[in-house]
Design a protein around this ligand. Structure first.
Ligand SMILES: Nc1nc2c(ncn2[C@@H]2O[C@H](COP(=O)(O)OP(=O)(O)OP(=O)(O)O)[C@@H](O)[C@H]2O)c(=O)[nH]1
Ligand SMILES: [Mg+2]
Length: 456
């Protein structure tokens, strides 16, 4: 356990009513006492105390503040914590941070406060990850899943499965110690049954994992098409604001533009791209390359053609790009043509959902939203309360656990000696420990926490 005292500015840098400098560690109190002047005789724990931060070198007042001293262990990190509430400007915050550093604190790494909460055993890794998920939640459903993880819903479930595996291992031991015929038959049946149950329980959690990941990370959705078909008009219509520049000049959008929207609580990271065409213009060319890259990396593609122009050479190239992608085909500007022309275009495309739209006038949006949800959730959005897992790391470890325990099950069915089966069971147990963080190496843990924000 690190015993030094860390500090950081915990509020976003910018102008705000209040800004907070936070410290955690055994010297947090003594460091702040050197720079904090108050008329209060007693610095009661978990109370806000009014006073001033004063530079000990020149006795000048830095800012008027409210300070809370929080004694271990009932704190976020389980260490002594001090939070200095000053005025929310970059200069006072930096000055106070600097004073704390001069008095012996060390600059905190990203996520280091939460990492200490984890290392000191106050929370497990799923709860630590959920802290960041709340901060970064894109929709209310995403927040709800994170809150249930902070409450320990996933942790409890994993702990429960791990205990069942321990029970299983004990059963196997009994069988190995008393190998008389009759006991063996009974216990082998029992072992088989509970191994099956464990695999089923893991499968059940995995079922909603992909939906959980979408709620946390957002569905990466790229709008693509030739220049001038109405891509930016679609982005604006989804956002209900004039975010992207729309003009009648083909090649208006030069770079990719990303915005988050929510469709019935499902966050979509919608990317507007430069129109795909062969071009000699250097800037536009880079834009086209970025558009192609965005398509490769996206979960869903919205492919637009102009009803008046129909399908051309470039559209076929795009369709080729979309072969193994979830995509929706959109015929836009239907206000400019008659329905026969639209039907003609539909005949020329392969199967995929088709939407007829006129984004300039807001029509086709409802159908498009439905079509997106159908494609991603097969019609039914998983309710947030039934989702336990919401990130790829957790999913990966759970899949490994499932694989090991399924191998154990197969071994039992093939009547492989039971002592060999315990190896797979133990491995499965370890994979579950990766989810809660007990069985992870320091390097991996550091990497996870380095993705947190500063001051958390
Ligand atoms: N009539 C009609 N015009 C539309 C519709 N949607 C977009 N437009 C017009 O088509 C032109 C191009 O629209 P944009 O949204 O800028 O098209 P884009 O695909 O983003 O174009 P680039 O950025 O150049 O690739 C603008 O003049 C829009 O007003 C529509 O549904 N009907
Ligand atoms: Mg555009």
């Amino acid at each position: 356990m690190d015993s030094d005292t860390i500090t950081a500015i915990s509020t976003p840098l910018g102008e705000g009513g209040i800004g907070i400098v936070r410290l955690s560690g055994k010297d947090a109190f003594s460091i702040v006492k050197k720079v904090f002047k108050t008329k209060n005789k007693e610095l009661k724990s978990h109370k806000l105390i009014y006073g001033k931060i004063v530079n000990p070198e020149d006795e000048k007042i830095v800012d008027e503040v409210l300070v809370s001293f929080m004694s271990a262990p009932h704190t976020y990190t389980r260490e002594n914590i001090v939070e200095i509430n000053c005025h929310g400007g970059i200069v006072p915050l930096r000055k106070i941070l600097e004073l704390c550093l001069k008095q012996g604190a060390r600059m905190a790494e990203r996520g280091e406060f939460t990492q200490r909460a984890f290392l000191n055993g106050r929370i497990d890794l799923t709860q630590a990850e959920a802290v960041m998920d709340i901060i970064r939640a894109k929709t209310d459903a995403g927040r709800e899943i994170a809150v249930s993880q902070i409450e320990g819903k996933l942790y409890d479930k994993i702990k429960d499965i791990k205990e069942k595996i321990v029970g299983l291992l004990a059963l196997v031991e009994v069988n190995l110690d008393f190998p008389e015929e009759d006991i063996e038959e009974v216990t082998v049946e029992k072992i088989k049954k509970s191994t099956k149950e464990i695999v089923a329980e893991i499968e059940e959690i995995l079922e909603t994992a992909d939906d959980g990941i979408i709620f946390r990370e957002g569905l990466k959705t790229t709008i693509i098409g030739k220049p001038n078909v109405g891509k930016s008009s679609l982005l604006n219509a989804l956002l209900k604001e004039q975010r992207a520049i729309v003009t009648e000049i083909p090649g208006t959008t030069r770079d990719i533009l990303e915005e988050v929207i929510s469709i019935r609580g499902v966050p979509l990271r919608v990317i507007d791209t430069a129109g795909i065409r062969k071009t000699k213009d250097v800037v536009e060319k880079i834009g086209v390359e970025r558009a192609e890259k965005a398509v490769r990396e996206s979960d869903l593609v919205l492919f637009i053609v102009d009803a008046k122009v129909g399908i051309e050479e470039e559209d076929r190239t795009i369709m080729e790009m979309l072969k193994n992608k979830k995509s929706i085909f959109i015929i836009n500007k239907i206000d400019l043509v008659d329905s026969e022309k639209v039907e003609e275009i539909i005949k020329k495309i392969d199967e995929r959902p088709v939407i007829k739209a006129s984004f300039k006038y807001g029509s086709g949006l409802k159908k498009l939203e439905e079509s997106i949800l159908n494609l991603v959730f097969k019609g039914e959005i998983t309710p947030a309360e039934s989702i336990l897992i919401n990130n790829s790391r957790q999913k990966g470890s759970l899949e490994k656990a499932k694989k090991n325990i399924s191998e154990a099950l197969q071994g039992i069915e093939e009547e492989i000696p039971l002592d060999l089966i315990t190896i797979d069971l133990r491995r499965g147990w370890e994979c579950l420990g990766e989810i809660t963080g007990e069985a992870l190496e320091e390097g991996i843990l550091n990497k996870i926490f380095s993705e947190f924000c500063i001051g958390k």
